[in-house]
Design a protein around this ligand. Sequence first.
Ligand code: FE2
Length: 345
Amino acid sequence: MSEPLGELEDLPQAYRDELKQAGVAPLWPMMRNVLPHGAPQPVTQAGYWNYDALRPLLLKAGELTPVEKAERRVLVLSDPGRGTGAMQATASIYLGMQLLLPGESAPAHRHTPSAVRIIVEGTGGYSVVDSERLPMEEGDLVLTPSGEWHDHGHDGNEPVVWLDALDLPVFVQLEGSYAVEGDLQPQRNRPDASEVEYKAAGLAPTRRPGHRARRFPMLRYPWTGTEAALRQMSAYGGDEIAELDYVNPETGEDILPTLGFTAMMFGAGQSQKPPLRSSSCAFHVIKGHGRTEVDGQVIDWGPKDTFTAPVFAAISHQAESEAFVIRIHDRPLQDKLGYYEERAR
Ligand SMILES: [Fe+2]
């Protein structure tokens, strides 16, 4: 360990005044704040949101605020380390619980941050992304990548709720976040690409000369397919819990440049103690019950609950029943920045 660094108070007041006048500041008293020894010191704290507690508040928002007044009717899941109102759940991940009532629609817009929806409850909701109509069924993962037009509608009879996960904090930090509004999009009269071009894993539309796939060729990942794949993995996976990453079916890369999504299946009583990861993450429970420790904080979770963990958190999962969970993380961004890391425990 190196010598402690000098403090601001060590310097004569007259010199400090001159520095301030010149618009500069000495680095050394502040350096450990931005370059701590050995590992980052996250502001983020583990958070837990019980869906049974959130749901009535969200429905109340539906009574109090018409969607026309809200544009997007969302309750934001704020990082406890930053306090209620913080527009982020971790350093890089924004989470919000969104409600759409029968007959409502959320107007079209596009923006620089990317979003992924995980459908929490209800049927009959849909998103339109780049004129492709994407049905929203429970557990489905629906993508609205950066710059793509999207609007939401609801033909069903019950409230539809989904969890929004965005890389918004990264764009806010870059001062790069903005939206453009537009009219509702015309919808192509055909099923989405997960039901046509990319119906089966390992198969993609034939490569004709000049063929170029869309950058985000598949915008919806139906839960039925994910659960079936996890069950098959689990049946042949030995003692490890089954985990599958959501990938772009043309390139095999993560579905977004910044955020990654991993579907996990636990058998009843199964546990997992992942390595310490440099990525921050959020977990959304699709089904089942269990208990997770994050840096010593115990979280008892059930269906539709959401919880978070900061970077390098010591995480231990213990499923009580068979359980399905989606992990949202920023490993893709960290990979691109060249510093993603896992440390043994
Ligand atoms: Fe949006």
